[in-house]
Design a protein around this ligand. Structure first.
Ligand SMILES: [Zn+2]
Length: 52
């Protein structure tokens, strides 16, 4: 599972596809209080990309 910002969502999807050979589930993080950072930069994550 990868948390990422708007900018890095395509990289996150590619990573999941490469690692698990399956198209990931893309969930938008609606809860503003969750301040999980992006995997690739320090911005707040907007999406959670899951491998199932
Ligand atoms: Zn980012």
């Amino acid at each position: 599972m990868i948390y990422c910002c708007e900018e890095h969502v395509e990289i996150a999807i590619d990573t999941i596809v490469d690692d698990f050979e399956t198209f990931p589930l893309l969930n938008k993080i609606e809860d503003e209080k969750l301040s999980t950072p992006c995997e690739y930069c320090q911005k707040r994550a907007i999406y959670m990309v899951a491998n199932e």
